[in-house]
Write a protein that binds this ligand. Structure first.
Ligand code: C5P
Length: 225
């Protein structure tokens, strides 16, 4: 394969971030968290007071967007985000901001801007991109594509555990409802909906742990390399 690009897509709470960080470390590739970018934009538009129902206003605000990603400190930490010089790394990780990110991710000017930034970041290859549309829209030519899935109940449990580790106390029933709603938004939108690329390898992670998933991803990459 020419540009070595790994794409890892799937619904929320499936373990994409942890797995992507571990896989990128094992391969010595850069990790690109595209969800962090949508979260950053949601935060930015909120701070600017932009009405997200007004696509012209959204497009105008995006022209002044200055978004930078801070690399994850280790395999257990999230990628950070700096918006116009302000560190929003913690605020973007709340359940509220997850829903806000899902709402702005429907908008054409937002997708256009972030897709271009992501393609730029991956232009030299050796990247592990993680999100909802990295295998279908952002990097359709990627050599190694994966789609992770798990039941909504298992994904909600994983989310709750993650949020607890960050010190956020949340209700599991509420997180399950939000998980289902967010997936529905992401699967049913018209632009770049969440779906498995035809040539992606599907891994159901419901019954298998992170080490096992990483092992399968790395084995599949190795077999094709
Ligand atoms: O992956 P994460 O949960 O951080 O993503 C937050 C939201 O950003 C998703 O629910 C989805 O609406 C949006 N997103 C997207 N396309 C991507 C990555 C994330 O629409 N490639």
């Amino acid at each position: 394969a020419t540009a070595e690009i790994v794409t890892i897509d799937g619904p929320s709470g499936v373990g994409k971030s942890t797995i992507s960080r571990k896989v990128s470390a094992a391969l010595g590739f850069t990790y690109l968290d595209t969800g962090a970018m949508y979260r950053g934009v949601a935060c930015y538009l909120e701070e600017c007071g932009v009405d997200i129902g007004d696509e012209t206003a959204v497009a105008k605000a995006l022209a002044n967007l200055d978004l930078q990603l801070l690399p994850a400190k280790d395999a257990d930490s999230d990628v950070g985000v700096i918006i116009c010089g302000k560190d929003v790394s913690a605020v973007i990780r709340t359940p509220q901001m997850s829903m806000a990110a899902s709402a702005v991710s429907k908008l054409q000017p937002v997708r256009e801007k972030l897709t271009a930034m992501q393609q730029q970041a991956g232009s030299k290859g050796r990247i592990v991109a993680e999100g909802r549309d990295t295998g279908t829209v952002v990097f359709p030519e990627a050599a190694y594509k994966f789609f992770l899935d798990a039941t909504p109940e298992e994904r909600a449990r994983r989310r709750v555990r993650q949020l607890h580790e960050k010190g956020q106390i949340v209700d599991e029933t509420e997180i399950l409802a939000l998980t289902i709603e967010r997936d529905k938004n992401d699967r049913e939108r018209s632009l770049a909906p969440l779906k498995k690329a035809d040539d992606a390898l599907l891994i159901d992670t419901t019954e298998i742990d992170i080490t096992e998933v990483c092992g399968r991803v790395l084995a599949a990459v190795k077999a094709k390399r």
